[in-house]
Design a protein around this ligand. Sequence first.
Ligand code: MV4
Length: 448
Amino acid sequence: MFDTVLIANRGEIALRIQRGCRRLGLACVQAHSEADRDAAYVRLADAAVCVGPAPAADSYLNKEALLLAARASGAGAIHPGYGFLSENGDFARLVEEEGLVFIGPPADAIALMGDKISAKRAMIEAGVPCVPGYEGDLPPGAHALEIARSIGFPVIVKAAGGGGGRGMRVVRAEAELLSAVATTREEAARAFGNSTVYLERFLERPRHVEIQVVADGQGNAAWIGARDCSVQRRHQKIIEEAPAPDVPTQLLEEVGARCVAACRAMGYRGAGTFEFLYDEGALFFIEMNTRLQVEHTVTEMVSGLDIVELQLRIARGERLPFAQDDVRLSGHAIECRINAEDPRTFLPSAGRIGLWHAPGGPGVRVDTHVVSGYTVPQHYDSMIAKIITHGATRAEAIARMQAAFAECVVEGIRTNIPLHRELLADPDFAAGGVSIHFLERRGTALPA
Ligand code: MV4
């Protein structure tokens, strides 16, 4: 089995994966672009390999360069992190064909879940509740209209090759259906090279609730509670929490068990997330994410498990080291994503951070690659840190987050910290259970 892992990602998650490797005595090789060459976390790795220039297409998305880096550095496995190549089935297959271990699910499972129609069909087969809809390529004209009528308006047209909020269109009236289908098809063909579209009932004001799973591909799998990720803007989450406030335990246990069954049925291996919409007391599956997620931290805080360590052990061929009954969740955890951006306009704010001071104390975790003097490159995602707090109750986790922000210092760039402080004081957020439209529909008192 492998003793060295190539980390094919950057920033905070690269450092998080390094920590997982170190826990298990694995060496880690950090792949980096020219823009990330001088970052402190690159130096913390056992070795570093430059895989290309700053643009991600030339470095973190460059499959051949990453495979070459793995070969040249003696790595026996590749951890893709999140984003970039993490859900690219072709890359996973190339890694496997190279005789290396892809730290994630088998390429077939990535492909099955990557097609949102085949994913939904697999879930229906496993008894996972789905949004009512039509799980096939929509037929032309009158037949599509008949299908939409039987689902009931409003409906949403989704691209089978889309996901994560790309390639969808809401249709509120019969007269709009066919043009919406045509437009979504054209966009999908261009964006994903797949013009297949399907239909779902559109839920107006749902929450985004997701279930974490982990499976060893040897028949052992478990779900590790739920998260609520409803506080988002343009499909970018900014606050996540575990557990999902006020979702009945019995419902989660029923649906969690179905997710585990689905993992077994598809031969899933590694960590994964089943995404649901929660509406009027019911969960409806929409998509599965076949990667480690940004917000895995809140699940770690309430479960005491190390999800990256589990990924690495499973990739090494070990069996899941616990059973479902051993999973114990305790207290409440919240994560605030700190972005280098203007808190009001959301425009990116790259540049040099003079002083960085991270908060600490009981129940406070900070996942970041930032150090004082770090320059945030303009080429990548604006997330620079995650502050995670844990408390016995949700109110305590929120209070600890407020205390954490009181001692957080980021000089030289703008961040969304002022927005977080405003949200933490919002009575609707404090009550728990806001919908996915909360952030986009509320105004802000932040100064221009
Ligand atoms: C929906 C929906 C309402 N009804 N499907 C957006 C991301 C993609 N994962 C699925 N998405 C949605 N699918 C039905 N049938 C509303 C959304 C949606 C959304 C979902 C989760 C988190 C944020 C969202 C923001 C806008 C729309």
